[in-house]
Write a protein that binds this ligand. Structure first.
Ligand code: GLP
Length: 249
């Protein structure tokens, strides 16, 4: 695992965006795995800026998102489809027909997951997978559990995750209790993984996930086994790790 240390959120966002843009420049028809949450917002803002100044071309890029709430429509402002449209897709020259997010309106969980697995198989290997990190070590919506789930599955969100996401909804009752998420095997199949983390509140889980044992109780810990992971984190998120300025694990 390579670790890039950034001084703050903005520097972390620029660094992450730089790595994504390098991927697009090297392979214009690449497949990007994308994430939601507050962490990647600055990264997407930077990518939009580079696209608008003509330095970055999304016209041949395909994207697959990690997850979506179950029982939510794309026009719901809290859906991850809406988030992606607002923060990236509507602002760059991407072909929206090649941007994929699990279908939160499909109430049959089995069908929703199988449909998304079929899409993932059809688009082929993800060249670069962007990830955020949940406070309990979740990636996508792979919550702590007894096993690492392999492919797209329906999850019941943990109380901690419901609380963390409550800030985006009018009330706690409105936070969906279930979600569809890409599985760990799919995430681990990406050629390269870019994990973006910011803030002191993530410092404990960064240490646990990347310096502790690999266990499904901390889903992100599996990333220790991936051959090409870049962690881009700000000083606050790395504050509990004993690291040099920038380094490699
Ligand atoms: C959500 C998303 C994750 C994201 C996590 C952290 O649960 N499903 O993909 O990484 O939250 O979010 P934030 O970046 O807001 O801390």
């Amino acid at each position: 695992m390579k670790i890039y240390r950034a001084k703050d959120y903005d520097a972390m966002s620029r660094r992450a965006a730089g790595l994504i843009s390098a991927q697009i420049i090297m392979k214009p028809d690449c497949v990007l795995g994308l994430a939601t949450g507050s962490t990647p917002i600055g990264t997407y803002r930077q990518l939009v800026e580079w696209n608008q100044t003509g330095d970055l071309d999304f016209s041949r890029v395909t994207t697959v998102n990690l997850d979506e709430y179950k029982g939510i429509t794309p026009d719901n402002t809290q859906s991850y489809r809406y988030f992606m449209d607002e923060n990236l897709f509507n602002k760059v020259n991407i072909d929206k027909a090649r941007t994929y997010v699990p279908d939160g309106t499909e109430s049959d969980s089995h069908r929703a997951c199988e449909n998304y697995n079929a899409i993932l198989r059809a688009v082929g290997q993800v060249d670069l997978q962007l990830l955020g990190l949940g406070h309990n070590g979740h990636i996508g919506f792979n919550e702590p559990g007894d096993i690492f789930e392999k492919e797209t599955h329906c999850v019941t969100l943990s109380e901690r995750t419901i609380q963390a996401n409550r800030r985006f909804f009018a009330s706690e009752d409105e936070v969906p209790r279930q979600a569809y998420t890409m599985g760990i095997k799919t995430i681990m199949s990406a050629r390269r993984i870019l994990l973006a983390v910011s803030g002191e509140d993530k410092a404990g889980i960064v240490k646990t996930a990347f310096f502790g044992p690999v266990t499904p109780r901390v889903p992100a810990s599996i990333l220790q086994f991936h051959p090409d992971v870049i962690l881009v984190a700000d000083d606050a998120a790395l504050s509990e790790c004993d690291l040099p300025e920038s380094g490699q694990l």
